[in-house]
Design a protein around this ligand. Structure first.
Ligand SMILES: Cc1ncc(COP(=O)(O)O)c(C=O)c1O
Length: 502
């Protein structure tokens, strides 16, 4: 059954990980919805039973919130007919909202978004996918940061701080530190078959910033960009906020699969994950790669290749990049140390065609006033001394084991009923749920049990119950915790879907 609009609105805002009781959050959100007219005067609110069920929370919680709202005059209940939004919210209520019971003023973020944000800002916040929690079973996309070779890093750290170099503590000149660009060019040429010189590499704070820079320099607001459907919500937000029109293109077993209708309307840019489609995990076939490159050449479009985690491929060697096949300079390659080292490092890179390198370096310094040269110097040395390659090797073995432990736990509990896809590479896999089940409810029920999983439907341009599944990140979960965590997740799945209860 489709959830009500109100439940969707509430589900997007309730945050089970922020330490605030659900009762308090729900109470405040409903107040906001009424004051901002999201819930118009006179409208009927769902029954406590239905709302509790749709949000995956206790019915008592909802009943108590409704009773409180009745006391405050936001809603009134008519026996036998239901609960209705009051015709007008008394002024003292609006005033009372400005001051918390503790006496402190509420923050501007708690105001209805329509009052303080631009249309673009409000859209960004309404569609935001970022999670307040970034660590724990089964947080997707997060490597095991506890295994980072801290000793080598702190040795380099001490070395650079002992011999203080002013040139490493100033703003960066644009493009990043030469030693890191050289080390990366060597690495990308040999490991990813990327064709580049160090000058073509622009250091950024990660893929988010790389994509932001590329779309600012290569497109104008209103231009069309193809994105894979499904795709990573973070980059989709970057594109939306830049004023691009995204055209979601379906993927099949060979990767992005534009229809004749799509092909008839060439975009300005396309953004693809050829080595490991995010989040479903397929590899773009050679035929599709050739087709895409030829199409981009004929229609002068840019291809942004997001190569975010392909170092971790289990059972076969990492695949060559799309950029390496590009003979006409249409590909902008973006990569990151977020998965190979640790996300908080915030270092990533772009590889751009030679003719654009100078403009990208200048724009990067102009827009972001970059720095972090000292960290870049440490990282260059870390790579040159072989620690980067050896860390990747170790982590590949570790994540391969953890992937197998999750797969075993899933098959022990569900056999073939919930197939896992996309686990041949990367740090996560996707467990498919029966069509028609609501993966957001399952994710909410899991979070109540302290397990983080992301609902697959949220990665689609048009979320639907037909694309129901869960993203499970296994890389950051210690081996011995995976089985118990999966059992807890299984309880959340079974209790929500009612199909596996014996
Ligand atoms: C497909 C994809 N691209 C990019 C990123 C983020 O990269 P960065 O941390 O370098 O901004 C992620 C993070 O999960 C991702 O899944």
């Amino acid at each position: 059954m489709r959830r009500s609009v109100l439940s969707d609105w509430l589900a997007q805002r309730l945050d089970r990980g922020n330490g605030q009781p659900i009762y308090r959050q729900l109470h405040r959100l409903l107040q906001q919805a009424i004051l901002s007219r999201e819930l118009p005067a006179g409208s009927k609110v769902p029954s406590s039973r239905l709302l509790a069920q749709e949000l995956g929370i206790g019915r008592n919680t909802v009943t108590q919130v409704y009773e409180q709202l009745v006391l405050e005059g936001y809603v009134s209940s008519a026996t036998g007919r239901g609960t209705f939004v009051a015709d007008s919210a008394p002024d003292e209520i609006v005033g009372a909202l400005d001051v918390e019971s503790s006496g402190t003023h509420r923050t501007p973020l708690e105001l209805p978004a329509t009052r303080v944000l631009s249309a673009r800002g409000a859209r960004l916040i309404a569609g935001a996918g970022v999670s307040k929690r970034q660590w724990g079973a089964f947080m997707p996309g997060v490597p095991d940061v506890t295994k980072f070779p801290a000793r080598e890093w702190s040795r380099l750290h001490n070395k650079y701080w002992r011999r203080l170099r002013p040139d490493l503590l100033t703003y960066a000149p644009g493009g990043g530190l030469a030693s890191l660009r050289h080390a990366l060019a060597d690495y990308l040429r040999t490991s990813r078959s990327v064709r580049c010189t160090p000058e073509q590499i622009i250091i950024t704070t990660g893929i988010h910033q790389s994509v932001d820079l590329a779309v600012r320099l290569l497109s104008d607001p209103g231009d069309v960009i193809w994105t894979e459907d499904p795709c990573y919500w973070g980059v989709r937000s970057v594109l939306h906020v830049s004023g691009l029109q995204t055209r979601p293109i379906a993927v099949d077993a060979e990767g992005i699969n534009p229809s004749p209708d799509d092909l008839a309307q060439p975009p300005k840019l396309m953004l693809v994950t050829p080595s490991h489609q995010y989040p479903l995990g397929m590899v773009m076939s050679l035929a599709r790669r050739r087709m895409l490159l030829e199409y981009a050449r004929q229609h002068t479009c840019w291809i942004i290749e997001d190569d975010y985690d392909s170092e971790f491929r289990y059972g076969s060697r990492p695949l060559a990049s799309l950029q390496g096949l590009d003979m006409s300079g249409q590909v902008i390659y973006v990569g990151s140390f977020s998965k190979t080292l640790f996300p908080g490092l915030r270092i990533g890179y772009l590889v751009v065609p030679e003719a654009l390198a100078e403009s990208f370096a200048t724009a990067s310094a102009e827009l972001y006033r970059e720095g972090q040269l000292l960290q870049q110097a440490m990282l260059a040395e870390f790579i040159a001394e072989g620690h980067f390659a050896s860390h990747i090797r170790k982590m590949r073995t570790l994540y391969g084991q953890r992937r197998q432990i999750v797969l075993d736990a899933a098959s022990r509990r569900y056999g073939d009923a919930l197939p896992a896809v996309g686990g041949d590479a990367g740090l996560h896999l996707v467990m498919q749920l029966p069509a028609g089940s609501d993966d957001r409810l399952v994710a909410a029920a899991a979070l109540e049990r302290n397990i983080i999983v992301r609902p697959l439907s949220g990665y689609y341009a048009q979320p639907s119950l037909d694309s129901s599944g869960l993203l499970l990140g296994y890389a950051c979960v210690p081996d011995e915790d995976i089985g118990p965590a999966f059992d807890t997740l299984g309880d959340a799945i079974d209790s929500t879907l009612n199909v596996f209860a014996s």
